[in-house]
Design a protein around this ligand. Structure first.
Ligand code: NAD
Length: 264
């Protein structure tokens, strides 16, 4: 299926590795131009080089990178100084730390809300009116299955991302919907990335169980009996960005190997 993304411009945040990089890879494979953002210059540059060598040379897509902290105003300004008219925006930043809610002070909460709620809202605010004026736009927010099925040690994530989810439910159904702009959330379950390895290690430390036991227990709780790959996640993201997905908006799309146990 041709997703109709050739020549579109995509901003993909948190894209030097993990799920963000999976999304950037899928978009470049479809011929979309990407601007990838992450904080560390060296890893980001290496990922841009990989995208160009593996895919962009075949599809003619451009790959730009901008080493910035997307959760800061200065970081977003630097990104938008390079380009403003994005057709596609994939919002993403590192998830908040694990822990016990009794230990989180106001500063910890502000940081989580800033990264996982206010940053995506700022990115939406900066881009959707331009998308609407051009008659095409796709925003995909990488959130978490924790929005539907909270994880105790990830309280900062459960809370901050639920705020974003409520905001998106409203804005996706605004006048933007009739102007070709869709806004959806993509909810990862367990994907084999550095982040997952970190949260498994945190569980192991909390419970005192060996890491391999914690990892196997988590894997076995997933009906698919495995962790997802960033490329599988990226493929779903690319579809949500496609021409064909123009009638999907305001949705929370779970990609979790069947882990969420509910009927709806
Ligand atoms: P990861 O740690 O493997 O990669 C995160 C990427 O974001 C990296 O490129 C990192 O450099 C970049 N990044 C982090 N903070 C940033 C910032 N302030 N500004 C710009 N770039 C920044 O994480 P991942 O597994 O790819 O997860 C992506 C998101 O999905 C996270 O918010 C995570 O909490 C969430 N999530 C992941 C899983 C999973 O199983 N991997 C499950 C549920 C939710």
């Amino acid at each position: 299926m041709d997703l109709g993304l050739r020549g579109k411009w995509a901003l993909v945040c948190g894209a030097s590795k993990g799920l963000g990089l999976g999304c950037a890879r899928a978009l470049v494979q479809e011929g979309a131009n990407v601007l990838i953002v992450a904080r560390g210059q060296a890893q980001l540059q290496a990922s841009a080089t990989e995208l160009i060598a593996a895919h962009a040379n075949n599809t003619g897509a451009s790959v730009l990178f901008c080493a910035q902290d997307i959760t800061t105003e200065a970081g977003r300004a630097a990104v938008f100084a390079l380009r403003r008219d994005f057709d596609i925006v994939v919002t993403n930043a590192g998830g908040p730390p694990t822990g016990n809610f009794r230990d989180w002070d106001r500063e910890a909460w502000i940081k989580a809300v800033d990264a996982n709620m206010l940053t995506p809202i700022e990115l939406i605010k900066a881009t959707v009116d331009g998308m609407a004026a051009r008659g095409f736009g796709r925003v995909v927010n990488i959130t978490s299955s924790a929005v539907k099925s909270p994880i105790d040690i990830l309280g900062l994530s459960n809370g901050a991302r639920s705020g974003l989810t409520g905001f998106v439910a409203g804005v996706a159904r605004s006048s933007l919907a009739a102007q070709g702009v869709t806004i959806n959330n993509l909810l990862p379950g367990a994907f084999d990335t550095e982040r997952l390895r970190g949260t498994l290690q945190a569980s192991a430390s909390k419970t005192g169980q060996p890491l391999d036991i914690v990892t196997n227990t988590r894997r076995q709780a997933i009906p698919a009996q495995r962790f997802g790959t960033p490329d599988e996640f990226g493929a779903v993201c690319a579809f949500l960005c496609s021409q064909q997905a123009g009638y999907i908006t305001g949705q929370n799309v779970l990609v979790d190997g069947g882990a969420y146990p509910g009927t709806f």
